[in-house]
Each structure stands twice: as structure tokens, then as C-alpha cells.
Ligand binder design. Structure first.
Ligand SMILES: [Mg+2]
Length: 475
């Protein structure tokens, strides 16, 4: 064969499939904006949000002016336990095997006492899942305030749940009056990461006949200015980001956009934001407010699995659109890049760890069999199965060998649990198992990838095949 096969992108930039997605059968692609089409400098943004929320608390008399956002102390995918004031990283089955009270890591015994018989069920109010990168400031603030509360340094009597409520209110107030957004708009270059490949990805998709939609919870003023800043410099003269989208829906109020039936408005005057109810077919290129997904489907004449929705919020973007409307879904997970790079850097140690674990398993089998021989000798109900060495001697020798191997495994397993983040380890794993976050990803995201621009290499014609799932009995 003479056709040249393009080289694969680095693993950290590939698209991974839970369910096969044929891009050729997708007619419309809906995009979320924040942390999907637009990537922010996470630390800048979250530090700013944290500081505004802190200012709110200081204004109500809380002595917390010295608190600082700690980017390394929290990761997306953790769960806040509002009842006990903890942050936990559960396994896919909801077992808690790693956690912290405030910012202090809980040891094995503390975790056992707190969570024996308790499973993290995200349907209960007690648990708050950190769905997006916008959750980091919230988790960091809550964790630090838990320690102040424990030391009786906060005014009034409060439970940890009350404290969480106060954090939520402070953060909502920081976001809602637009002070935060005004600060971003005043200096977008500080907060927004420019990515020309994202623009080219959408131009390819547009040219390939995909009908592109922007569906964002941000308001029109913010959306238009952010999109202009991030897209227009990378488009040919005379073209604007608006030309790429058949419809722009702002203030969409996801997840309600997917779950509720609400009226759609059209922005008639884009400068003043003047609205009128939308009736009849959507004018191409129009800007709309609110509405709901089933009406949008009817307007466009495309349904269910003909639509791909691309977003970074595991619940609001990906879970509800999949469960309620059967849309195809792509989750944008920027942290995947550092996660994969950390795993690649650890690969040699990982192989050594696996080798040691295999050896340990062998020793444990031998120990169990020697114990059975000891039992059979004592009770006389059957012949021992082992060799001529007395079981007691074998048991002593094996115990010594197991102690020696554990001393080698300990530091390696510890290092494996600190990959990417010293305190919390990998996002997608909890111990040897998948994390609860990973479970949500595989359940709701048909595909996941670190950024929208990874679809550039994949092309609008890609056949994104699901990975073969592994099972414990695989040979
Ligand atoms: Mg988003």
C-alpha cells in the first residue's frame, strides 16, 4: 500500500471512546462555552473567585481575610461530605478509601471509622460532587473553613452543612452580580487561553456540513465578548465567530435546558439585549435566550443520536443530555493531559509494582496452603498436600518473605497514589479501582478528550471506536 497513514497524536491528546461514535452520522454539534470552547487559566480564575467569595465572608464579619486559594489541595471529581466536613475520593462503587477532614489527610483508621458501611450516593444531599473546574474554589474554601470552624473561630453555631451553605452563597454572590465577569472582561488575556486549533476544528466541521450550535449558561454580553476575543483573531478578515453557528443560545440555564420545558426568546437588539418571544422557525445566525432542548430539536429537525453535545460539566452538559434526550456526548477533560503524562512517567515503576504484586499473590497462595496443611495435621481429617518441610517452618519463612516484599511494595504503591496530585492522586483512579468520577465518565460520556481541538486531527469524518472493556477474568 502506498497511502501514507498519519501518525497518531500523543496519547494525552487522543479521543477515547466508551461507546463508538461515527462523526459522519452526526448532523448537529452543540458546544458549551466555558471550559469547553474557551479554556481559562484555571488558577487565575479560581483564585479570583475564591478571593471574591472570601471578601463576602469578611464583609459579614468572618475573620478569614488571610485564607488563600490552594490549587494543589483539591481536584475535580472529589466529593464534599457536607455532614462530616470532609473531602473524599470514592471508588466507582462509592467506597471511601481516601479522604481529608478540612485540609488534613485522614489515615486508614479514621476513614474506616467514618465510612464503614457508608457508600457515597450522589443522589443524597450529603454529597456534593465537584463536577467542573469551577468547583475548585468552592472545595478549597470549604476545606479551609472547616478547620476554622473546628477551632471555634467562626461566629455563631454552625454544622458543616451550614458552613457549606455559607460557602455556596458567598460564591454565588461572587459570580452573580457580574463583578467576577467584569474583571475577566477587563483583562481577558490574563484569563483566557488562546487556541487557534479550536477555531480551525469548528471551521472544518462547518465546512463538512455540521450544523453548529453554541449553548451556554453565560449571558449574551459576556458570551459575545469572550467569543470575539478567543475566536475572531484566528478567523480570516471579514469573518466573525457568529458565522460559524447556526444558533447561539445564551443564559441557557443547563441542566434545566435539558430537563424542563421553557419558552425561547430571541434577542432582537443585540446592544440592549431586548428580547421577544421566539415563534416560527429559527432565523439562522440568531441569538436566543433560554428555551429547552426538545423545542430546539424540533426547530432544527434533528433528534437524539444525530446531535453531539460537547461540554465539560459532567452533570449539566453530559449526563442529562444523554439520559433524557439520548444525545451523543463528548466530555472535555483538560486534566486528562497531565493525568496521562503522569501515568506515562510512572510506567516503569508501575511494571515493577505489578511484578511485585504477582509475587506477593504467589506467596499468599503458598501461605494459605501451608495453613491448610497445619490444620489437616492437627485435625487428621485429610492428608497434607505440601512437601516434607513442616507447615510451621514454611509459614514462618513465608511470613518473612511477605514482610520483605511489602517493604518494597509500600513506597511504590504510595508513589502510584500521588501521581498528578500529591494529596489526591489520579483523577480517574481510586486505589486499584476506577474512581467514582471515572464511573460517571464511562456512564455518560460517549467519548472523552482533553480539549475540543483534539477533534481537528480526528476530522469530521472520524470513526471513534469504543475501547474494549476489561474484565477481571480476561486472559
Ligand atoms: Mg462549561
Amino acid at each position: 500500500m502506498t497511502v501514507e497513514i498519519p501518525t497518531q497524536p500523543a496519547r494525552s491528546r487522543r479521543i477515547f471512546g466508551n461507546r463508538t461514535l461515527n462523526m459522519r452520522s452526526i448532523k448537529a454539534i452543540g458546544y458549551d462555552m466555558d471550559y469547553t470552547l474557551i479554556h481559562y487559566n484555571v488558577e487565575e480564575w479560581e483564585r479570583t473567585a475564591f478571593d471574591y467569595a472570601k471578601d463576602r465572608l469578611v464583609a459579614t464579619g468572618w475573620p478569614v481575610a488571610d485564607l488563600e486559594f490552594d490549587a494543589a489541595g483539591v481536584i475535580r471529581g472529589l466529593t464534599i461530605d457536607a455532614e462530616l466536613g470532609n473531602l473524599v475520593k470514592p471508588t466507582r462503587f462509592g467506597y471511601v478509601i481516601r479522604g481529608a477532614h478540612g485540609t488534613r489527610r485522614l489515615d486508614f483508621d479514621e476513614l474506616r471509622i467514618a465510612y464503614e458501611g457508608t457508600f457515597v450516593d450522589l443522589g443524597e444531599d450529603r454529597w456534593i460532587f465537584l463536577n467542573t473546574l469551577f468547583s475548585l474554589s468552592e472545595a478549597s474554601l470549604f476545606a479551609q473553613l472547616v478547620e476554622r470552624l473546628d477551632r471555634n473561630e467562626l461566629p455563631g453555631r454552625m454544622s458543616y452543612s451550614d458552613l457549606y451553605g455559607a460557602v455556596r452563597v458567598a460564591l454565588n454572590e461572587a459570580h452573580m452580580p457580574g463583578r467576577l465577569k467584569q474583571k475577566i472582561l477587563a483583562d481577558p488575556g490574563r484569563f483566557i487561553v488562546q487556541e487557534p486549533d479550536t477555531v480551525m476544528t469548528l471551521r472544518d466541521q462547518f465546512a463538512a456540513g455540521k450544523r453548529l450550535l453554541l449553548i451556554t449558561n453565560s449571558d449574551w454580553d459576556y458570551t459575545s465578548r469572550i467569543m470575539e476575543h478567543a475566536f475572531d483573531p484566528h478567523l480570516p478578515a471579514g469573518m466573525s465567530w457568529r458565522d460559524l453557528f447556526e444558533a447561539v443560545i445564551v443564559s441557557a440555564d443547563k441542566p434545566a435546558f435539558f430537563t424542563a420545558s421553557r419558552p425561547l426568546y430571541r434577542i432582537v437588539d443585540e446592544d440592549s439585549g431586548f428580547l421577544r418571544p421566539q415563534s416560527g422557525p429559527l432565523d439562522p445566525g440568531g441569538v436566543f435566550v433560554g428555551g429547552c432542548a426538545p423545542d430546539l430539536e424540533n426547530h432544527l429537525g434533528v433528534h437524539g443520536d444525530e446531535i453531539l453535545y460537547v461540554g465539560d460539566h459532567l452533570f449539566s452538559d453530559v449526563s442529562v443530555s444523554k439520559v433524557l434526550l439520548r444525545w451523543r456526548t463528548a466530555l472535555i477533560l483538560r486534566e486528562l493531559e497531565s493525568e496521562i503524562e503522569a501515568a506515562e512517567a510512572f510506567a516503569e515503576d508501575e511494571a515493577r509494582l505489578m511484578e511485585l504484586m504477582d509475587r506477593k499473590t504467589d506467596l499468599e497462595r503458598a501461605l494459605a496452603s501451608s495453613r491448610l496443611d497445619q490444620l489437616r495435621e492437627r485435625s487428621g481429617h485429610a492428608e497434607p498436600i505440601g512437601g516434607p518441610t513442616p507447615p510451621e517452618e514454611r509459614i514462618a519463612e513465608l511470613r518473612e518473605a511477605l514482610t520483605a516484599i511489602d517493604e518494597k511494595i509500600g513506597p511504590l504503591a504510595g508513589a502510584a497514589g500521588r501521581q498528578r496530585n500529591e494529596m489526591w492522586g489520579p483523577l480517574m483512579r481510586s486505589g486499584n479501582d476506577k474512581s467514582l468520577f471515572a464511573r460517571q465518565v464511562e456512564r455518560y460520556a460517549d467519548v472523552y478528550t482533553s480539549r475540543v481541538s483534539n477533534f481537528l486531527e480526528a476530522t469530521p469524518y472520524a470513526y471513534l471506536r469504543a475501547a474494549r472493556g476489561s474484565l477481571p477474568h480476561d486472559p
